[in-house]
Design a binder for this molecule. Structure first.
Ligand SMILES: [Zn+2]
Length: 76
């Protein structure tokens, strides 16, 4: 299981997804997305803690960094 960070710089938002999430698809984005943005996805992370640390390191200004409610919302 890998984790990925999606960051939308213009909106100052970051989301952590599991690679298996339909909205992540191992960093390729949602299936219906017309123009996937490779810049928007982090490299694969081995653990959730690693993904959180990645956000803190790479995007220290982002306040709105949360887990994806679809793949990581139910406890985990
Ligand atoms: Zn997700």
């Amino acid at each position: 299981m890998s984790y990925y960070v999606f960051h939308a710089t213009p909106h100052d938002r970051a989301r952590i997804h599991k690679g298996s999430c339909a909205r992540c698809r191992n960093g390729r984005g949602p299936e219906n997305q017309e123009e996937p943005d490779p810049e928007a996805w982090s490299p694969p992370m081995g653990t959730l803690a690693e993904a959180v640390a990645y956000i803190e390191l790479e995007f220290p200004c982002i306040d709105d960094a949360i887990k994806c409610p679809y793949c990581l919302g139910a406890g985990d």
